[in-house]
Design a protein around this ligand. Structure first.
Ligand SMILES: CC(C)(COP(=O)(O)OP(=O)(O)OC[C@H]1O[C@@H](n2cnc3c(N)ncnc32)[C@H](O)[C@@H]1OP(=O)(O)O)[C@@H](O)C(=O)NCCC(=O)NCCS
Length: 137
């Protein structure tokens, strides 16, 4: 059975990144990133961590990042369960009569997954393209 928990440690974060072929991150940076996240989710199956996501945000804007499901456990509904849980939490925190937006940057070919979770591709209406500037040292 899939269990979603509101916690994640540094080792689990880097383990899940490596499970999908992403590089490991510096442990102090990961520690700060986890502490600065307003929502943290991990998915567990039989006591084993199989997925995660983080949200950075301030009540008006939220940004979902580090959405990862271990390659061996993909296409089982785990990613959608994590995102649904995040959306539920943000909806619960949003005051009646107020609005906020949940943003994300899909990796290549993952747009259809996010559409299944209720997200819309930009540009649309008055929204232009999402934009990014990378800093690499
Ligand atoms: C993207 C990712 C998180 C999806 O997780 P997942 O657990 O495999 O997704 P789910 O099983 O919950 O899929 C939910 C729905 O999206 C669909 N879906 C999932 N990945 C898809 C893809 N790459 N292309 C098209 N549809 C996809 C599923 O078929 C399912 O559809 P259904 O409800 O009609 O059956 C996972 O593939 C992953 O970790 N990829 C590597 C890391 C990555 O790129 N993360 C995204 C960062 S922005």
């Amino acid at each position: 059975m899939i269990e979603i928990k509101n916690e994640l440690n540094i080792d689990e974060y880097n383990y899940l990144r490596e499970s999908v072929g992403w590089n490991k991150k510096d442990i102090d940076i990961v520690d700060t990133a986890i502490k600065n996240s307003v929502i943290i989710k991990k998915a567990m199956i039989d006591g084993k961590v199989v997925g995660m996501a983080r949200v950075i945000g301030d009540g008006l804007y939220y940004f979902i990042c580090d959405v990862v499901v271990d390659t061996k456990y993909q296409k089982m509904g785990i990613g959608k369960k994590i995102i649904d849980d995040i959306i539920f939490d943000i909806e619960s925190q949003t005051m009646k009569g107020q609005s906020c937006s949940i943003n994300l940057m899909a990796t290549a070919e993952k747009e259809a997954f996010y559409e299944k979770c209720g997200f819309i591709k930009v540009p649309f209406d008055y929204h232009g393209y999402g934009m990014i500037k990378k800093i690499e040292k």
